[in-house]
Design a binder for this molecule. Structure first.
Ligand code: ADP
Length: 643
């Protein structure tokens, strides 16, 4: 017997993640269980979209069943809700793969993280998109019958499960192409047998999908006259949705609620979007775009293989999901639809790679999104702050990725600074407006966390002089500053690099005093350098410190300590650049040390000075145990002296 013979049945276990997801879904979405209908209608609509696309090149797939539609049937006696589509369908292998496993990248990690924060389960699971498995919130048994377009009637397949550990699959005969999902409703889900309730839900969630959804006309609606006229025998169906793709309607005819529901339909997100832009463009290119900025980040925002991009339609025919060529990487959080008039219907993913129309659509889309963000940043600052918190680090990638829009993106950046109270809400424009007299640079410091940046010893002089410094702690920040040497003519300057020309802010007397100290302590700097040898590139007297005795900085053209650590963590080889040790001439330790040149302890104390400067900068010590032992020696000496 071959796998495709009628009656052949097998039982398969769900992939562990599926069981876990179903468990979570049925428990955490109970209060929002009506969403199962939206999920199933979305799947049916996708299946119809896919069939319509196939039929463009191969009309025979349509068989004689050309009106693409969804039917919903309620059976009060059997307590079933059936959702039927004549879309692309699934064959036996596909049904096992699609309804038994989850293909999304990062699922395992997501589920693990989810069970660790149960209080937010229902919110988070919404971001994941539960799809078909939401059936089990309302059903204790689900039967799916499907036949793939192009296969014979005896190559249908029936899938059945109670949503526990396994499901069965059996080859059946199915006359009609497409998929039928039968939900055997739980006792407490009887409300979904009420046709009025279902019509309301369709209206609420799925009014705007492109295909008609049919339901049987309510018997109650049949008038006495009709009965007398004996037309009750004829089954009458009515369309219960508007069945017109939302983006094809004029803006004036679409309510906010409808925009929001359409977003949920395409994104499988449970939350409303943060903002959207709907545009019809006629000119050199003709297309409609409906773009959304989500409120929450998808669980796999940083997964390389995660699906991203927009839904592409050509003249209202669905072409593909996740067309990543339509969006630059740094806008991968954007969801939406582009309906083009200029592309051929038989466009393939490969063809999209080097296509002029796609290039233009991509840059127009990017510009549209950046404009939307710019407007939000000016007119709805709180909303923008919410956006920035969620997607700011991703948008920053754009500075390196999108040369054409670099300035625009730079204007959208927000930073935490020494003058913001823990929030990243300072723009370059704000910063420049607050720059001190004679200040011509935008100062920043990078570190692993904002707290580490805030406590960096290199900040001391800036604090004293009340000069604002950007605190950069996103991983992407090191790349950001490489690709953004300046903003509106003001160069960006790391405070942990090179010789800071802070004398600009000092008066003549101070400058003279600085020079004098530097000359006086030159022998100390030389002695420390001799003691440290190759561990440092240079030792010099600095005026950037007020409270700390020493700090390490990088040479102007070397990579800073923070970026070196990032590269190393990423497994990248790089030439090792040694730090420069700067000494604070006004610090008691440094002053005292000057009196101990040539003593037996001098070398060890120089070592301690270097080690603590490296630690304060967030760097690792080459030999931490040696540092501890040096420190203990020092301490022992102090205690012995009775201090
Ligand atoms: P998602 O829709 O997010 O991919 P689902 O769990 O809802 O996740 O569905 C998994 C897959 O099962 C779909 O991607 C699709 O390939 C297939 N599928 C679900 N419903 C249908 C349907 N009505 N017709 C054809 N294929 C379907």
């Amino acid at each position: 017997m071959t796998a495709t013979e009628i009656g052949q049945k097998q039982t398969c276990g769900f992939q562990a993640e599926v069981s876990q997801l179903m468990h979570l879904v049925t428990h955490s979405l109970y209060s929002n269980r009506e969403i199962f209908l939206r999920e199933l209608i979305s799947n049916a609509s996708d299946a119809l979209d896919k069939l319509r696309f196939l039929a463009v090149s191969e009309p025979s797939y349509l068989e004689n069943d050309t009106e693409l539609a969804i039917h919903i049937e309620l059976d009060k006696e059997a307590k079933t809700l059936t959702l039927r589509d004549n879309g692309i369908g699934m064959d036996r292998e596909e049904i096992i793969a699609h309804l038994g496993t989850i293909a999304k990248s990062g699922t395992k990690e997501f589920l693990k993280a989810l069970s660790a924060q149960q209080s937010k389960e229902s919110e988070l699971i919404g971001q994941f998109g539960v799809g078909f498995y939401s059936s089990f919130i309302v059903a204790d048994k689900v039967t799916v019958r499907s036949r793939k377009a192009g296969l014979n009637a005896d190559q249908g397949v029936e899938w059945q499960s109670t949503g526990e550990n396994d499901f069965s699959v059996e080859t059946i005969s199915k006359n009609h192409r497409g998929t039928e999902v039968v939900l055997h409703l739980k006792e407490d889900a009887a409300e979904f047998l009420d046709s009025w309730r279902i019509k309301n839900l369709v209206h609420k969630y799925s009014d705007h999908i492109s295909f008609p959804i049919f339901m049987k006309k309510d018997v109650i609606e049949t008038s006495e006259e009709d009965k007398k006229a004996d037309i009750t025998d004829v089954e009458e169906f009515e369309t219960v949705n508007r069945a017109q793709a939302l983006w094809t309607l004029p803006k004036s005819q679409i309510t906010d609620k409808e925009y929001q529901e359409f977003y949920k339909h395409i994104s499988h997100d449970f939350s409303d979007p943060l903002a959207w832009a709907h545009n019809k463009v006629e000119g050199k290119l003709e297309y409609t775009s409906l773009l959304y900025i989500p409120k929450n980040a998808p669980f796999n925002l940083y997964e390389r293989e995660a699906a991203k991009g927009l839904k592409l339609y050509v003249k209202r025919v669905f072409i593909m999901d996740d067309a990543e060529q339509l969006l630059p990487m740094y806008l991968r959080f954007v969801k939406g639809v582009i309906d083009s008039h200029d592309l051929p219907l038989n466009v393939s993913r490969e063809l999209l790679q080097n296509n002029e129309v796609i290039e233009s659509l991509r840059s127009a889309t990017a510009k549209r999104i950046l404009d939307l963000l710019e407007k939000m940043s000016k007119e709805e600052t709180e909303k923008y702050a919410e956006f920035w918190k969620t997607f700011g680090a991703v948008l920053k990638e754009g500075v390196a990725e999108d040369f054409a829009n670099k300035d625009k993106i730079a204007g959208l950046l927000r930073f935490e600074t020494t003058q913001s109270d823990g929030k990243a809400d300072v723009s370059f424009v704000d910063y420049i407006a607050r720059m001190k007299d004679k200040q011509d640079k935008i100062y920043y410091v990078t570190a692993d966390s904002a707290a580490a940046a805030r406590h960096s010893p290199q900040l001391e002089i800036f604090r004293q002089k009340n000069i604002e410094v950007l605190l950069l702690s996103d991983r992407v920040d090191e790349w950001l500053v490489v690709h953004l040497p300046e903003f509106e003519g003001k160069p960006l300057q790391s405070i942990a690099k090179g010789m800071l020309d802070l004398d600009t802010f000092a008066n003549e007397e101070e400058k003279k005093a600085h020079e004098q100290v530097a000359t006086e302590l030159k022998p100390l700097a030389e002695a420390v350098k001799a003691a440290l040898g190759d561990a440092v590139k240079e030792v010099r007297i600095s005026h950037r410190l007020t409270d700390s005795p020493a700090c390490v900085v990088a040479d102007e053209n070397d990579l800073g300590g923070h970026v070196q650590r990032l590269l190393k963590a990423a497994g990248q080889m790089m030439p090792e650049s040694k730090p420069i040790l700067e000494l604070n001439p006004n610090h008691p330790i440094v002053k005292q040390l000057d009196n101990h040149k040539g003593t037996p302890q001098f070398a060890q104390w120089s070592q301690i000075l270097l080690s603590q400067a490296i630690l304060a900068e967030g760097g690792p010590l080459a030999d931490p145990a040696a540092f501890v032992s040096q420190l203990n020696d020092l301490w022992k000496g102090l205690l012995a002296e009775g201090n």
